[in-house]
Design a protein around this ligand. Structure first.
Ligand SMILES: [Zn+2]
Length: 344
């Protein structure tokens, strides 16, 4: 998200490429270029994809360099580590590193069958999605529906969509099931406006992939205070081109704040507080079920699972009934206003 310091902590995509993300934070050009997952082919029953083998380099502490496999200067006593670790230790790439190639393994994985009894939703995004367990909050709101939600998420702290594409297993997750909806969220704040070309490109790429997989695409409209009209026009255009539907969270948020019932909807100036996440959840509910979330539950005992900042508002704040109703109404009103701009 805009203004958020780049952090290596991640949720779904933790571990494998943490060092790569950390290097990216420091602006160090990584030694590898390929995405973690590349879809080769897919049909209704299975998906074939190539998976990047995590690169390893051999460390020569004495000479302050690291080598890649096949270098004649390798010695058996050199320990193998990730390139990120080697770089963070201050080691320089040996000339052999320029010739390193990404290595992939090909996997064939069955796709999970469609579930007639549930609406399955995959959320792709960053902290604006995972704060306060918003995907599971949306499922909790819809728990009483005849087809309740089954939700999963691929999220990464501070990530843009291109980072989700290259550095997480989002594509694998997208293709190994049959999602009814994929909710796409790029970096928030001013990022869509200031990175408009990238925003358009990566919303388009994820939307194309999701639609090809059989899912409908919802574009979570983040907020860009002070640039509401420009933000709205950008989301409308990009969604139309991508064959996605806008979930107009930013419009509903603006209405709520303008009405004066809420001083703020962010926990720390950037991330949604409980009220903000509830607004997102109600907005996504309204988009999926095509009806207002009036009367939806607004207490979520047990939903907070982590002793982390991203669940703190969920643990410590609560919604008054009139606040919940105002949020439910705002989510639906914004949705109604945006209806003519739906494309799929
Ligand atoms: Zn070498």
């Amino acid at each position: 998200m805009a203004g958020e310091p780049c952090r290596s902590r991640r949720r779904v995509a933790r571990g494998l490429f943490a060092a790569a993300a950390l290097l990216g934070c420091f602006g160090v050009r990584p030694l590898w270029a390929g995405p973690q997952i590349e879809i080769v082919t897919a049909d209704d029953d299975s998906v074939t994809y190539r998976e990047l083998v995590p690169p390893r380099v051999a460390v020569d502490e004495g000479r302050g360099v690291f080598h890649v496999a096949g270098c004649p200067a390798l010695r058996p006593d050199m320990p193998w580590v990730s390139p990120g670790v080697a770089t963070l230790r201050g080691l320089q790439p040996h000339q052999c590193a320029a010739h390193r190639r990404d290595t992939y393994v090909t996997k064939v994985v069955p796709r999970r069958p469609r579930e007639a009894g549930a609406v399955s939703v995959l959320f792709l995004g960053n902290s604006l999605t995972y704060y306060n367990e918003m995907p599971r909050m949306t499922a909790a709101i819809a728990a009483g529906e005849s087809r309740p939600l089954r939700v999963e998420a691929v999220t990464m702290s501070g990530a843009s969509l291109d980072q989700l594409w290259t550095s997480t297993r989002a594509l694998e997750k997208l293709w190994t099931a049959h999602w009814d909806y994929v909710v796409v969220q790029d970096r928030g704040g001013s990022a869509p406006r200031t990175r408009a070309a990238a925003f358009e490109l990566w919303v388009g790429r994820f939307a194309a992939e999701a639609r090809k997989s059989g899912a409908r695409v919802l574009l979570y409209m983040t907020w860009d205070p002070g640039h509401e009209a420009e933000n709205a026009a950008l989301f409308a255009r990009v969604a139309a081109e991508a064959g996605a539907r806008v979930v107009p969270v930013a419009a509903a948020r603006h209405d709520l704040l303008a009405a004066g019932g809420f001083a703020r909807l962010e926990w720390d100036g950037t991330h949604p507080d409980l009220h903000g996440s509830y607004l997102v959840a109600c907005s996504i509910y309204a988009a999926i079920y095509g009806k207002p979330p009036l009367g939806a539950r607004f207490t979520f005992p047990g939903l907070a699972v982590a002793d982390e900042a991203y669940d703190e508002a969920l643990r410590t704040q609560h919604l008054e009934p009139e606040q919940a109703r105002a949020i439910q109404r705002a989510a639906w009103a914004a949705q109604q206003r945006w209806r003519p701009q739906r494309s799929p």
